[in-house]
Write a protein that binds this ligand. Structure first.
Ligand code: ADP
Length: 477
């Protein structure tokens, strides 16, 4: 089987006939070959999207909404088949894969309606004979590059907003998880999306990214991935003036004050930290626990984490699959080795699970006695490691929490209202969860401060990333 690209309504091989292998991270076996295109495929897709935009950009949001809602239904109707492929390519547990496609469906439905609300305004002017108003127009062709950690959610979030806004799209899902994106494209096509409005490329990321930057008809790149690649795109965009929205890495602090129910939080923390194996940009990462409850929390969370079930995402009850690839596993192993050299203590996990012999697995780890200078505090871990730090007072913990170039999400646990607000307002992060682990949703703006990004996805803010504001002013009235 060959996974093909989707350009101008057709499934096609790479123009250079290149292909590469798609690997199942749980078994290390080849799932299939994927077309491996480059600049020529990207240019063909942009040309198709530009042509399609001529009509798509002039449809009403009501027309576009009907297609997006039908696509949402198609995803729901096919969730088992779609999720099965996602388990094969990403390794995540089947229930999580199904849940992710359901969230993707919700995003299409939510933006179907939100697209109808891109209101402009009339502005009172300084001249009696003049009338001025603003209106929002679709930008045109958008390049959307997304990471493998959420193979359906990442593309759906950006595609839904761009399509609802009336833009056409050239998408490049991750080379590790192309099937989920192609399934979303199938849903949109079955729902009646005209050929060329959405194109999906698989291939050489650097060449495709560069081709997007160089093409004058591509108006913006929406990118979800590492800060490293975000910077490459910013460099390129500084020359071509391509607009960017960037959803980059994170290094989320979790501040747990001493007044909380320690056992209850240890339980939910174990699940939240290890969701998708920690391969989540808003994953709670640096656990700052008040010194009064540090020991109790360390013991309780280690017990919880030791019970998490690791294995093939198809196996009953599995909560953690493998990491996405050998490189990611190596990077997490290296962090653990270096943390041990810094005299941190691994309380549980950190090795290949005993019952598994193949696949990119790591038994989820809890690491205590971690210093603020540690590799575990200063790198985005993107893996199954929960480092514990202790603190004594609010000023100290806020300074430590903000001591990172990242600024995506942060979490606070306390029952004291004043403590919660004072902490939330001083944190330099775009999303703050107070007594909750999920400060996100289709209706909520998702975006980072500092080196975690620019702009927003989801929420009404996400729609405006794909619209240009135009002022129309009329004189002589
Ligand atoms: P992660 O480490 O989370 O996979 P990456 O930033 O490496 O994040 O990848 C996110 C997306 O960016 C993927 O689709 C990947 O193929 C793509 N990508 C990688 N390198 C480049 C590049 N130089 N230009 C454009 N896109 C790239």
């Amino acid at each position: 089987m060959e996974v093909k690209q989707f350009i101008n309504g057709q499934l096609v091989n790479a123009i250079n006939n290149g292909s590469t292998q798609l690997i199942n991270p749980a078994t290390e076996e080849v799932i299939s070959n994927i077309s491996f295109g480059d600049k020529a495929d990207c240019n063909a897709a942009i040309d198709a999207a530009k042509e399609a935009f001529k009509t798509w950009g002039k449809t009403t949001p009501y027309f576009r909404a009907e297609i997006l809602k039908k696509a949402a239904q198609y995803i729901r109707d096919n969730v088992v088949a779609f999720a099965t492929d996602m388990v094969n390519e990403s390794g995540k547990p089947l229930a999580e894969a199904k849940g992710e496609f359901m969230v993707a469906a919700n995003l299409f439905e939510w933006y179907a309606e939100e697209g109808k609300r891109a209101y402009g305004k009339t502005i009172p002017t300084n001249r009696i004979d003049k009338r001025s108003f603003t209106q929002w127009q679709p930008m045109g062709v958008i390049g959307i590059i997304t990471a493998w950690n959420f193979p359906a959610y990442n593309p759906a979030r950006a595609w839904a907003a761009a399509l609802a806004a009336g833009c056409s799209v050239v998408a490049k899902p991750s080379e590790f998880t192309p099937m989920a994106g192609l399934h979303l494209a199938k849903a949109l096509t079955e729902a009646g999306l005209p050929a060329g409005v959405l194109n999906v490329l698989t291939g050489d990321a650097a060449l495709i990214g560069d081709a997007m930057l160089q093409h004058p008809q591509l108006k913006k790149i929406s990118f979800t991935g590492s800060t490293r690649v975000g910077k490459i795109l910013m460099d390129g965009a500084s020359k071509t003036h391509t607009r960017l929205s960037l959803e980059l890495g994170g290094n989320a602090p979790v501040i747990i004050y001493s007044d909380v129910d320690v056992q209850a939080i240890a339980k939910t923390a174990a699940l939240a930290r290890f969701r998708n194996n920690g391969q989540v940009c808003i994953a709670p990462q640096r656990f700052y626990v008040h010194e009064k409850i540090y020991q109790e929390f360390a013991t309780a969370v280690s017990l919880q984490v030791a019970q998490l079930k690791v294995g093939n995402g198809f196996d009953e009850g599995v909560q953690l699959g493998p990491l996405i690839n050998a490189k990611q596993k190596e990077s997490v192993n290296e962090l653990l080795i270096n943390a041990a050299k810094e005299n941190a203590t691994i309380l549980t996990g950190g090795k290949m699970p005993d019952h598994l012999s193949k696949g990119y697995f790591i038994q989820p780890a809890v690491v205590a006695d971690v210093e603020q200078s540690s590799v575990l505090a200063n790198n985005e871990i993107f893996g199954p490691v929960l480092p514990l730090f202790s603190f004594n007072n609010m000023d100290e913990v806020i300074a430590k929490a903000n001591d990172t170039p990242y600024g995506l999400s942060a979490y606070i646990f306390t029952n004291l209202l004043k403590t919660a607000f004072n902490t939330a307002e001083q944190l330099e992060f775009g999303m703050v969860g107070i007594n909750e682990w999920t400060p996100h949703g289709a209706e909520l703006p998702f975006g980072g401060w500092k080196q975690s990004g620019q702009g927003h996805e989801s929420g009404s803010e996400g729609l405006y990333e794909y619209l240009e504001l135009k002022l129309v002013s009329m004189g002589g009235i």
